[in-house]
Ligand binder design. Structure first.
Ligand code: SF4
Ligand code: SF4
Length: 258
């Protein structure tokens, strides 16, 4: 196994349940200070990076949702995975009517937003923009035009998060991330967790599990070209979903999707 992206979700989910990792994750979340903010949802401009244990917990949550809702989330997930590079106005797959639909279970990255020290926040922001610029240049070599608004999309942190007394606050983001990474280490060898420490979003993790991590990039290039030639992304997403080997818990119980 080369990375946590290759992890088989069904097997990992069984291991996570046996080891009661979701209870441990809930305890880490519960240790966060209570905060308030202006609830503008600007920070929900894309699906957040998540740890493996968070991915499994969210897959478990999505699997219990009604079929229609689950289908909508899968559509959004594959839409983000393949088309976020050409659509400046995408948003997190869990945001609906400017509301987080999984607020109680939202991942660590969302809880940390607005609580990270300014120097760490600025560094992460600069790295995200640089990575976006490099990827845009690479995709341009394949004839795909990436709008500048996409490259600039990453959000400079937020300074409007307050504690319940209205005071600004910060948390040690490295320490809390290390606590969650330790849960991942109960699922995968330590060296893979360390090598793979960076967050990956639910669309990225789900796409890798359903289509194979090594095929995603080639598929993205093909699909972006077709979208830029005018094929509706809706139809292209349906094509991808037909090929996807979805985790058992997310598969349709009966009939075809459309
Ligand atoms: S953390 Fe900031 S950007 Fe996010 S919803 Fe609150 S006020 Fe808006
Ligand atoms: S999970 Fe919720 S809080 Fe986090 S980015 Fe998505 S909608 Fe926003």
């Amino acid at each position: 196994m080369r990375s946590s992206q290759d992890a088989d979700p069904a097997r990992m989910l069984r291991r996570a349940r046996r080891a009661r990792l979701f209870d441990s994750l809930a305890r880490i979340y519960a240790d966060f200070p209570e905060t308030t903010c202006e609830s503008c949802a600007r920070c929900c401009f894309e699906s957040p990076g998540i740890f493996l244990v968070e991915y499994l917990s969210l897959i478990h949550l999505v699997a219990q949702m009604p079929r229609q809702r689950r289908e909508a989330l899968l559509d959004r997930s594959f839409g983000e995975l393949f088309f976020s590079w050409i659509e400046p106005h995408r948003q997190c797959i869990f945001l609906e009517s400017s509301r987080c639909t999984i607020y109680q279970q939202r991942p660590l990255a969302c809880r940390l937003f607005g609580l990270v020290a300014p120097q760490d926040r600025d560094r992460a922001e600069a790295q995200a923009r640089l990575a976006a610029r490099q990827e845009a240049e690479r995709l341009r070599l394949f004839g795909i035009h990436i709008p500048e608004a996409v490259v600039q999309r990453s959000l400079a942190g937020c300074d409007r998060v307050r504690d319940t007394h209205g005071r600004p606050l910060s948390v040690d983001s490295d320490a809390v991330a290390a606590r969650v990474a330790r849960l991942d280490a109960a699922l995968l060898p330590q060296e893979i967790v360390m090598q793979d420490f960076c967050f990956r979003s639910l669309p990225e993790r789900l796409g890798a599990a359903a289509l194979g991590a090594e095929t995603i990039d080639g598929m993205r290039v093909q699909l972006l070209r077709r979208a830029q030639r005018g094929e509706p992304t809706r139809d292209l997403i349906a094509l991808v979903l037909d090929q996807a080997r979805l985790p058992t818990s997310l598969r349709q119980k009966k009939g075809r999707r459309r």
